[in-house]
Write a protein that binds this ligand. Sequence first.
Ligand code: NAP
Ligand code: MN
Length: 251
Amino acid sequence: MKYAIFSNGKIDVDKSLFLKKGFKLDERNPEVVFSFGGDGTMLKAIHKYEDILDKVKFVGINGGTLGFFTSFEKEELDYTLDMIINNKLIDNEFSLLEYEINNEKKGLAVNEIAITNPIHTQIIDVFINEKLLETFRGTGFLVSPPSGSTAYNKSLGGSVIDPSLKAFQLTEIASINNRVYKTIASPIILSQKNKVVLVPKNNSNIYISVDGESLNIKDVKEIKCSLSDKKIIILSHYSDDFWQRLKRAFI
Ligand code: NAP
Ligand code: MN
């Protein structure tokens, strides 16, 4: 089996163990990518292999942080490799979010795309399927697929979404709601047939980030979001399903 390692650099990885079990290192076309680190490391590993997501599965080996995406400890590597060889792990599938900015910059998000303005009141027209829903005033928005629902989205009071649902979520960041300004003021969960377009009305100090990385786009005119047909597969032990991981991480 062809594999690659993506590490946060803080964990010593014993490659001889992979060799002993018959794994062959192939950085370009791996069948399994081992992420050594926490969720941040897993997010980076996924983006590195963004172009071959249909051919690759991810395994998270935790490095001592929260590791919501990781199901294994580094001491269990031997056992984890045996489980992979014997096909004993389950596929956890997550649909990704697709975004397009100014009709040019396209990409995928695992956790979210975040549009924020920490300095000025950000005004954003929100369109769902080309119809105006509201003119938002506040700090910004998050748009996240189910895999990101337990991340930043959750801190904003967004819902945890069952990853088997083909849905995505639009979550407000500090909307202004008063006699003059109005928004829906609650997270919205949309099905795959919907398209959300966010049109910022004032452009200074607006920041766009995807999965914790800044996109550095100066003149943001329009952000289109929808649920992609692309998905990621993260392997876990059969007893460590989404709900068990949720419990372990948060309760
Ligand atoms: P980080 O500051 O280490 O991430 C914040 C925490 O979120 C960490 O405990 C991280 O786990 C955890 N996390 C990441 N993705 C998760 C997921 N899908 N479900 C549950 N927990 C998750 O930064 P990072 O590791 O580079 O991660 C980037 C992410 O941080 C962004 O995509 C965004 O979702 C999140 N974030 C959250 C806030 C907030 O809640 N106020 C603000 C900014 C960014 P690990 O420790 O294992 O990495
Ligand atoms: Mn982290």
